[in-house]
Write a protein that binds this ligand. Structure first.
Ligand SMILES: [Zn+2]
Length: 116
């Protein structure tokens, strides 16, 4: 379970921003999570509900969007989006090379939040 520490750090950032904006309540938090990440939406919300009790973010709804997996080809340096379901088929559309460096797909970011 890596959801707990991740959710803790999300909550920390959210509360910091809420304070900076003199918010009374955090209503919605838009998160972007890479498709390759094994964080489960349900668990993040569950941990968030638990951790945010008694804070400005209590009851906030998490809206999670999965961001694509992006690779950079080792041969020609082109970056391209890959389907995670077919990891063994990841091939550069430019030159056909199979090896690539993962540029994104595992990260998580807070895109936006709505406050009152
Ligand atoms: Zn290539």
């Amino acid at each position: 379970m890596h959801e707990l520490p991740v959710t803790e750090s999300i909550l920390k950032i959210v509360l910091k921003h809420a304070k900076l904006n003199s918010a009374r309540k955090v209503v919605t938090i838009h998160l972007q999570i890479g498709k390759l990440s094994d964080l489960e939406d349900d668990w993040i919300q569950r941990y968030f509900d638990y951790l945010s009790k008694g804070t400005l973010a209590e009851g906030a709804k998490l809206k999670i969007v999965r961001t694509p997996v992006v690779l950079q080809c080792h041969a020609c340096s082109r970056s391209y989006e890959a389907e995670m379901e077919r990891m063994e088929d990841w091939v550069c559309p430019e030159c056909g090379q199979k090896a690539g460096t993962l540029l994104s797909g595992r990260e998580y970011t807070i895109k936006e939040m709505e406050v009152q």
